[in-house]
Design a protein around this ligand. Structure first.
Ligand code: GLN
Length: 197
């Protein structure tokens, strides 16, 4: 089973590095073109700049095929900017231009809602099914999850606030498991991918 990392912009090497110890060699694929997407059974959408990633998705011809697969329940894990792109709705940034979204995760997010780069922080996150110790959450110009819709299910919390949400096989976190050195979220997501026939 091949697993992809969307490799257009952002924390691509970090996701590849986190996944390398968890997958047989050859099963890990950077996804840059529609042909790559067609070969993978699941996809990681990295943190980075959501507006840039959206523009490059369009330019590379990946937007439409990815949107189509998402409507069929394609397993994806979006971190930070990746979550923003998967969300049902972005609460508009004041004066800012926001990217279009796939609407795969029933949640409303607001970009950069914890402040600027300098206000980035780390802190313990409770992730459903992971137990102790808490997951080391790395938050970098993170979006805030303002609302989890009826089709969404929270699976991670920090100080009682939702920081991870999923709709079916589409998962998103406002933190960066690819930057924490802790592979438990990646492992948990991989274990949830339905195995082919
Ligand atoms: N602030 C970025 C955005 O809105 C996300 C930050 C990140 O992915 N670390 O796209």
């Amino acid at each position: 089973m091949k697993v992809g990392v969307l490799a257009l912009q952002g924390n691509v090497p970090e996701h590849l590095g986190a996944l390398r110890p968890l997958l047989p060699p050859g099963d890990l694929l950077p996804v840059r073109r529609p042909e790559d997407l067609a070969r993978v059974a699941a996809l990681f959408l990295p943190g980075g700049e959501s507006t840039t990633i959206a523009r490059l998705l369009d330019k590379s011809g990946l937007w439409r095929p990815l949107a189509d697969r998402l409507t069929e329940g394609f397993p994806v894990l979006g971190t930070c900017a990746g979550l923003i792109l998967l969300a049902r709705k972005i609460d508009p940034s004041p004066g800012g231009r926001d990217p279009p979204t796939f609407g795969a995760i029933d949640a409303v997010v607001r970009r950069n809602d914890y402040g600027t780069q300098r206000e980035s922080f780390e802190g313990p996150v409770r992730v459903e099914g992971l137990g102790e110790p808490p997951f080391p959450g790395v938050f970098i110009r993170a979006p805030r999850i303002l609302e989890v819709g009826r089709g969404g299910a929270a699976f991670a919390w920090r100080d009682g606030e939702v920081v991870g949400v999923r709709t079916g096989a589409a998962w998103g976190t406002t933190f960066h498991p690819e930057l924490s050195g802790d592979l438990r979220v990646h492992r948990q997501f991989l274990a949830a991918i339905p195995k082919g026939p």
